[in-house]
Design a protein around this ligand. Sequence first.
Ligand SMILES: Cc1cc2nc3c(=O)[nH]c(=O)nc-3n(C[C@H](O)[C@H](O)[C@H](O)COP(=O)(O)OP(=O)(O)OC[C@H]3O[C@@H](n4cnc5c(N)ncnc54)[C@H](O)[C@@H]3O)c2cc1C
Length: 447
Amino acid sequence: MNDSILIIGAGIAGINAALNAAKYGAKVYLLDDTASIGGMMARLDKTFPTNDCSICIEAPQMYEVDNHPNIEILTNTEVRKVKKTEGGFNVRLVQKARFIDPEKCTGCGACIEACPVSILDEMDGKISGMRKLVYMPFPQAVPNIAVIDPDCRYGNMREQGACVGGCVVDCSQCRECPIALCVKACIEEGKDAVRLWQANKNLKLNVKSIIVAAGITDAKPPAGLHGYDVFDNVITYVQFERLMNAGGPTAGQIIRPSDQKHAHKIAWIQCAGRGLDHGVPYCSKVCCMVAAKQTIITKEHDSSVETSIFYNDLKAYGKGFWGFYQKAVENGVRYVRARPYDVFEDPESKNLTIRYEDLDSGKIMEEEVEILVLSTGLVPGDRNERLAKALKIELDRFGYFKEKNPLTAPLETKVDGIYLCGGATGPIDISESVVQASAASMKAVLH
Ligand SMILES: Cc1cc2nc3c(=O)[nH]c(=O)nc-3n(C[C@H](O)[C@H](O)[C@H](O)COP(=O)(O)OP(=O)(O)OC[C@H]3O[C@@H](n4cnc5c(N)ncnc54)[C@H](O)[C@@H]3O)c2cc1C
């Protein structure tokens, strides 16, 4: 009897579903289309409501998954086609080339050191995060294997100084590159793991059930929202989270993108963009606690920093959340019930003035800050539509995966044998994601 399960998405929900199903004897394929498992939690600093270090909690689970005899991790892998059969599902996958031999790479980093080109990191670019063309997704990545930017491999980065120099041949035409510095460095380490000619791989699986744990992402503010992408010191709440993080691009220094100086006055605008055409049209549940966390941690770094949260409604729905909000207030965080409507920048100091309506007094007020953080909310993953099509399951009107019946059949879909958990179902925090992962994995095991 086929007792294998495919889990799509390897954030904290997918990881917990995998560990749980594997404990019950299932063979688990844990798939992610990025180069490492971990999802959003691997990029966070600390986690509300306990303020425990996020990666310190998640990394041991990532290593457990990696070393579990019943779990096979498939990173850089996309689901292409799914066909329902008598006993389960036939699944066609594509594993995108990393241009590194996973059997030979030990994650030593010699290739990364040798690479001469740094570019802005996708997640941390606005706050000075850089990465090489060959890179590790983050320090605790699992698998601990480097990945080469496909743009470099296809020779598209020559103008930016990629080490192929004057070479005019597409790398795929040459099996052994005599120029590439990453190749040379790896050979010098005695590993010879760089494979510039590696091709994508087609894979086939036969599984009895599937769990979708494809998660959430943060809403990207459109250029101009409260000065975002116009003024250097307006950043998103994810960028602020990375700024606080000791493993982030500034090693935990809360400094301004404009001049790298420590900020002493910081404000958060909650529900940023809400009510506008491009704003998130629902409550993302976690942002109030994220802002409380970020202000508490900011004050732990330096208690003299002034922090203000401009909010409309306050959501503290979970266990310990109200106490967490109160902790922020006790720490001197200023909560202002307000409707901010304009932000402008002093061209010299690069400070920002927020003009807002104070909702308690009805007065128009102004406040000058050094960093402005936009809490933009959570949105569905941008690959959900394609995945839903392949799985023949439905999305709700916002783009999250639709449950068969949220009251009587939560975490189930209209296709028998396909289940959901975590941010795939909608905005959610970590503990709820873990609870859902346990439930979905039990449904998948018992199917
Ligand atoms: C700034 C910020 C701070 C936060 N702080 C906290 C906090 O302190 N405490 C707390 O409880 N919660 C916090 N959260 C919420 C928390 O991040 C989520 O609850 C959690 O990440 C949800 O886990 P998940 O596994 O469902 O999704 P994710 O973490 O999003 O993981 C989903 C995974 O699926 C992969 N994936 C997506 N689509 C596909 C596809 N089609 N094919 C293959 N793989 C796919 C992604 O690459 C990703 O690895 C915060 C969120 C943000 C934005």
